[in-house]
Design a protein around this ligand. Structure first.
Ligand SMILES: [Zn+2]
Length: 477
């Protein structure tokens, strides 16, 4: 069996992955707070840890439980619902629906469980009971707080000392706290905000307790992998870990994976700079596969710098890869397997450089290079049988990255957002192609050539294949 190596933030070392139970590998990712469309920085962990999920499915024959929550109770949600004058329920279900649509466009596989925080208030309250009973929590003025001093190991994940944390500005000082470091597990709700009955009065959960309660319900007291963005390590992940430690006396997860930040033109995305790119906007403009490719083009632990150039490079790279697939005979070109599981199993059985690269701490840039090496071999080959074999290999290798699963015709002809910027719409292109077909059948080659030239003027290149005429949008470099 192939060995999977992962960089563990808990030990700060590259480690062999050894699951607690190989019959049920368990991982958790912190999901979105559904108050507005997530931005492309939020899309990075979704895609990166989708790769991890695919790899684990290969290695453990689909015996993987992957939980990613939806945070649907939060101050930001309340504020947005008020400012837009809509109900909280209407806001969170609209944003959740948009999130699901965008995941599909990014070809992110569905998770095993997607618990919503508001469906798990009882589980959160019983976790509070445990923390109270164990002396890790206390009640003060309608709040329930975590007693950080009770846990000398606090800071073990983010490697911060309590003094460092107090020196940082992220600690909220409040008179009712025993210690400034103590964080909120439960708080009173203000008039008009969502509220649940509890023995501490009408209130709502703090953010951190949501993830502890939901991961416990679906994955147990201790599970294999916890993932999320680097920015969540402190305080969110540190606090999740502390809560589970206080309630169950064990370390929540054995492996903690964190992806690096995403910058836009070397700057942090921020409202004040006005450079926030929402997933919804970018996916209206580009095919999800292009965005997926950009997100995989850097190693997940490194900073990813998002630029127009990186998007164009991804477009060109995918054109090149689909172009190689398009060189196979027509039967193969249209043979796109929908049976993902079968695809994964066959990949596991064969020698796979892509899987090897991913087993080395999810080295996606190297995995992408292997796809291009295969494409090179296809472009250089003049042997039809070899081209077809390489073609099948390229599709199978790309599947584990969630790439190249479209029909070539669909890739080259359906990039609706880009077509909007072109003067010709799809109907017009198809009309001209039929006109050209007709001219050709009437042996009017001059007219056929004129139509080809006219299309080329609009950056549309046509190719005659065994499948009939297909067109490609030539992209600017
Ligand atoms: Zn979380």
């Amino acid at each position: 069996m192939k060995k999977l190596k992962l960089y563990n933030s808990l030990s700060n070392a590259l480690e062999d992955f050894i699951p607690i139970d190989p019959q049920n590998v368990r991982m958790y990712s912190c999901g979105p707070t559904v108050y507005a469309s997530p931005h492309i920085g939020n899309a990075r962990p979704l895609v990166v840890f989708d790769i991890l999920y695919r790899v684990l499915n290969c290695l453990y024959d689909n015996r993987v439980t992957y939980v990613r929550n939806i945070t649907d109770v939060d101050d930001k949600i309340n504020a947005r619902a008020k400012s837009e004058n809509i109900s909280i329920g209407a806001l969170t279900s609209a944003v959740t629906a948009e999130f699901h649509k965008n995941l599909k466009l990014l070809n992110v596989l569905p998770v095993s469980h997607e618990p919503r925080a508001t469906d798990h208030i009882d589980e959160m309250l019983s976790l509070l009971e445990k923390l109270m009973a164990n002396g890790f929590a206390y009640e003060a003025e309608g709040h329930v707080l975590f007693r950080v001093k009770k846990m000398p190991q606090y800071g073990m994940l983010s490697k911060r000392s309590v003094d460092d944390m107090i020196a940082g500005s992220r600690v909220e000082v409040a008179a009712y706290k025993e210690d400034p470091m103590d964080f909120v597990l439960w708080k009173p709700s203000e008039e008009g905000d969502p509220a649940w009955n509890s023995k501490y009065g009408l209130g709502r959960p703090g953010w951190h307790i949501e993830c502890s309660a939901m991961s416990h319900k679906y994955l147990g007291e201790q599970f294999d992998i916890h993932t999320g963005g680097q920015d969540l390590m402190f305080p969110h992940h540190e606090n999740e870990l502390a809560q589970n430690f206080g309630a169950f006396g064990c370390i929540m997860a054995n492996y903690w994976l964190h992806n690096g930040m995403l910058l836009v033109n070397n700057q942090k995305m921020s409202k004040s700079l006005g450079n926030i790119i929402s997933m919804d906007d970018i996916l209206k403009k580009y095919d999800g596969e292009v965005i997926r490719y950009v997100l995989l083009s850097s190693h997940y632990q490194k900073i990813l710098n998002w630029t127009d150039q990186s998007v164009n490079q991804a477009l060109q790279a995918l054109d090149r890869l689909y172009g190689a697939l398009n060189m196979a005979n027509s039967a193969n070109v249209t043979d796109v397997t929908n049976d993902v599981n079968a695809g994964r199993r066959s990949l596991f059985m064969t020698d796979s450089p892509v899987l090897d690269a991913l087993c080395a701490n999810l080295n996606t840039p190297l995995a992408l290079k292997h796809l291009h090496d295969l494409a090179d071999r296809i472009y250089k080959s003049s042997d039809a049988t070899e081209i077809d074999q390489l073609n099948g290999l390229l599709r199978r290798e790309a599947e584990i990255l969630g790439l190249l699963q479209k029909n070539c015709r669909d890739w080259f002809q359906h990039n609706p957002a880009e077509l909007n910027e072109n003067e010709l719409d799809e109907n017009e292109i198809n009309r001209l192609i039929s006109l050209r077909e007709k001219a050709k059948s009437e042996k009017n080659f001059q007219q056929a050539d004129e139509i080809r030239a006219k299309l080329l003027d609009h950056n549309i290149k046509i190719e005659d294949t065994k499948d009939g005429t297909i067109w490609k949008l030539l992209r600017s470099k």
